[in-house]
Design a protein around this ligand. Structure first.
Ligand code: HEM
Ligand SMILES: *[C@@H]1O[C@H](CO)[C@@H](O)[C@H](O)[C@H]1NC(C)=O
Ligand SMILES: *[C@@H]1O[C@H](CO)[C@@H](O)[C@H](O)[C@H]1NC(C)=O
Ligand SMILES: *[C@@H]1O[C@H](CO)[C@@H](O)[C@H](O)[C@H]1NC(C)=O
Ligand SMILES: *[C@@H]1O[C@H](CO)[C@@H](O)[C@H](O)[C@H]1NC(C)=O
Ligand SMILES: *[C@@H]1O[C@H](CO)[C@@H](O)[C@H](O)[C@H]1NC(C)=O
Ligand SMILES: *[C@@H]1O[C@H](CO)[C@@H](O)[C@H](O)[C@H]1NC(C)=O
Ligand SMILES: *[C@@H]1O[C@H](CO)[C@@H](O)[C@H](O)[C@H]1NC(C)=O
Length: 526
């Protein structure tokens, strides 16, 4: 009886990892909060899948195709023997982009879009990997496992991307260096070349100016569905109807797809033509391996799966003798339902349990509508002395608490509403950090996320001085204050418009809930 209950509770509602985890939470959001409420703003570049934001429509090009090619060209420098190269965003360096093997403006275009989405937890290389995955998934393809944790290169990699005029043996050798067998080479090329095509501007010797008002950039597409994942690249090749410019190009020297596709007597391409399912599952495996091909020593995270119940934007702010406690919770695989009741329960530091209701705040979707999620918001005032330790949700009476673990909320360090602003951008003024009595941090920092000289997100910090005499905010908190002036913001390339509060406690850093502080503050009077 007990065993059965336990099994049932494990099977239902188990989150993929224990929330909170700043890096996994950020990776999960960028992967799954695609459209609608709290959209991360990447998927819109694929809506519709033949959208190309850099020139007039119908261009014949597509963001989706550029994103997949960018991931491949970034990875293709990998050398399995010495572990160098791989998917590390080295393609963002103009020196790499100017090599003949990286002809075209698709890499620069793609990086421009992706840079804005990287942060301290999601590298530029992670965004490149995810961009390729989303292009495939959101445009008719299979789900592809996504891991995070890639590390952005500080300099260009050695050359090594295959080019169409090279012979078959060079391509076999090149893919072997990247870590792929001759059969996997056929697969990976077909999986990539179900998107996009060859442009006249970039390869005028392969593709003539098409003078086609429906294809303004004169792109000779690899198959008839150039912005959709399907096995047409194989069926059209096998049936002999293909217009793939790397198969039927007038100059046989640059017909690399023809040499590659026929290199095993057409066996692999025939199997793809005969089975869309086999093509999809093969591509899911090969593309996951492609984006996980990283320089030796880089440790990737577990595969990012959606959390079934995920708090977001949880904020705790000291307001006199109270704490303002607000945030949202996302329920994966649920649609809006006005009859659903969602309440929030929390435990405090003095043995109390509290309960408030939540309000439906939006719905979101992912993978071109394949998944949906329903969001609820809460905003409550709690007693500062009692504080909060952890929370859980009741959904139509069912407890969602990460299988008994609860959702931890730290109340040790927070912003105090006594802070004041001189200017919002850059953020200057007096920031009061509330430190809970008994926490005894060794250091308190304001952290700022900036970019280094090669655009990598990095964190710089300003130490908040320990007050000479504890300044009590109330019975539970003391204030540590710092006046932030122009000369201690903008340590990197951009001025600070927000800070994250962090405290080092027993050698471990804890971060204020809410992370970035953007609440409206009164103007400083002095
Ligand atoms: C021997 C290997 C390969 C060769 C010689 C090759 C060659 C080319 C060439 C010449 C283009 C035209 C680029 C342009 O006009 O802008 C192209 C486009 C493309 N390639 Fe490859 N490719 C190879 C492998 C791959 C692989 C493994 C992938 C991904 C898995 C891939 C994905 C793409 C995509 C998506 C495009 C379309 C880009 C667009 O339309 O903007 N290619 N490839
Ligand atoms: C075919 O392409 C190769 C490689 O780009 C080039 O060297 C050769 O001159 C071309 N042949 C013709 C007939 O255009
Ligand atoms: C592979 O298929 C193509 C297209 O049907 C055909 O032209 C070619 O002769 C085949 N090659 C081999 C080696 O069977
Ligand atoms: C999504 O929810 C439905 C019931 O609403 C359930 O049948 C289905 O198994 C769920 N899917 C996943 C992937 O959890
Ligand atoms: C909500 O409940 C009412 C009354 O029981 C019912 O008529 C309605 O269909 C329900 N709505 C949904 C979306 O389930
Ligand atoms: C919590 O509050 C909700 C309504 O806000 C109520 O339906 C639920 O029964 C309460 N739960 C507990 C354990 O008090
Ligand atoms: C929560 O409610 C307080 C008081 O009404 C309000 O000042 C604050 O802006 C609200 N917070 C959020 C995140 O909605
Ligand atoms: C804690 O954060 C500070 C400021 O960002 C940083 O300098 C320090 O190395 C961090 N300490 C640990 C143990 O991570």
């Amino acid at each position: 009886m007990f065993a059965i209950t336990l099994l049932a509770s494990l099977a239902v509602g188990a989150n993929a990892y224990i929330w909170p985890s700043p890096q996994l939470d950020a990776l999960e959001s960028i992967r799954y909060d695609q459209d609608g409420h709290r959209s991360q703003g990447i998927s819109v570049f694929l809506e519709p899948c033949d959208l190309f934001i850099f020139s007039a429509s119908p261009s014949g090009r597509a963001d989706s195709a550029d994103w997949i090619r960018t991931a491949y060209h970034d990875m293709a420098t990998h050398n399995v023997a010495d572990g160098s190269g791989g998917l590390d965003a080295s393609i963002r360096f103009l020196e790499e982009q100017s090599r003949p093997e990286n002809a075209g403006d698709g890499f620069g275009n793609t990086i421009t879009v992706f840079l804005a989405h990287a942060n301290r937890y999601v590298s530029i290389a992670d965004v490149i990997a995810l961009g390729a995955i989303m292009a495939v998934e959101n445009c008719g393809g299979p789900e592809i496992a996504f891991r995070g944790g890639r590390v952005d290169a500080g300099e260009p990699n050695l050359p090594g991307v295959p080019e169409p005029q090279q012979d078959l043996q060079s391509h076999i050798d090149s893919f072997a260096r990247q870590g792929f067998t001759p059969t996997e080479m056929i697969g990976l090329v077909a999986c990539g070349h179900t998107f996009g095509g060859v442009q006249h501007d970039t390869f005028p010797d392969i593709v003539p100016d098409l003078h086609d008002p429906g294809n303004l950039k004169s792109v000779a597409h690899f198959d008839t569905t150039f912005s959709h994942f399907d096995n047409n690249v194989a069926t059209e090749y096998i049936s002999g109807t293909t217009q793939n410019p790397l198969v039927v190009g007038a100059n046989d020297t640059t017909n690399s797809d023809k040499r590659i596709f026929s290199s095993d007597g057409n066996a692999t391409m025939l199997s793809f033509a005969n089975s869309p399912e086999l093509f999809a599952s093969t591509c899911a495996d090969l593309l996951a391996r492609m984006v996980d091909t990283v320089p030796r020593g880089v440790q990737l995270t577990e595969v990012i799966k959606p959390l079934l119940v995920k708090p977001a934007a949880v904020q705790l702010i000291l307001d006199g003798s109270n704490l303002q406690f607000s945030g949202e919770v996302r329920f994966w695989n649920k649609t809006a339902d006005p009859n659903r009741s969602v309440s929030l329960q929390w435990d405090d530091n003095v043995g109390g349990t509290h309960n408030v209701s939540t309000q439906a705040s939006g719905v979101s979707s992912a993978v071109a509508g394949r998944f949906t999620a329903a969001w609820y918001a809460f905003n409550s005032t709690l007693d500062a002395v009692a504080g909060i330790t952890s929370m859980r949700f009741l959904v139509d009476g069912k407890v969602e608490d990460q299988n008994g673990v609860g959702f931890a909320v730290q109340d040790g360090i927070l912003y105090s509403k006594t802070s004041c602003l001189q200017s919002q951008n850059p953020l200057t003024g007096r920031l009061d950090v509330a430190v809970r009595n008994g926490l005894n941090p060794t250091h308190v920092f304001l952290e700022q996320e900036v970019r280094d000289s090669v655009n990598r997100p990095v964190v710089v910090s300003i130490e908040v001085p320990r007050p000479a005499q504890a300044l009590a905010a109330n019975d539970a908190y003391s204030l540590w204050s710092i006046t932030v002036a122009d000369n201690n913001v903008g340590v990197g390339s951009s001025p600070a418009t927000a800070f994250t509060i962090t405290a080092e406690v027993g050698g471990v850093n804890i971060t204020a809930n809410g992370g970035q502080f953007l609440a409206t503050l009164p103007a400083c009077t002095t």
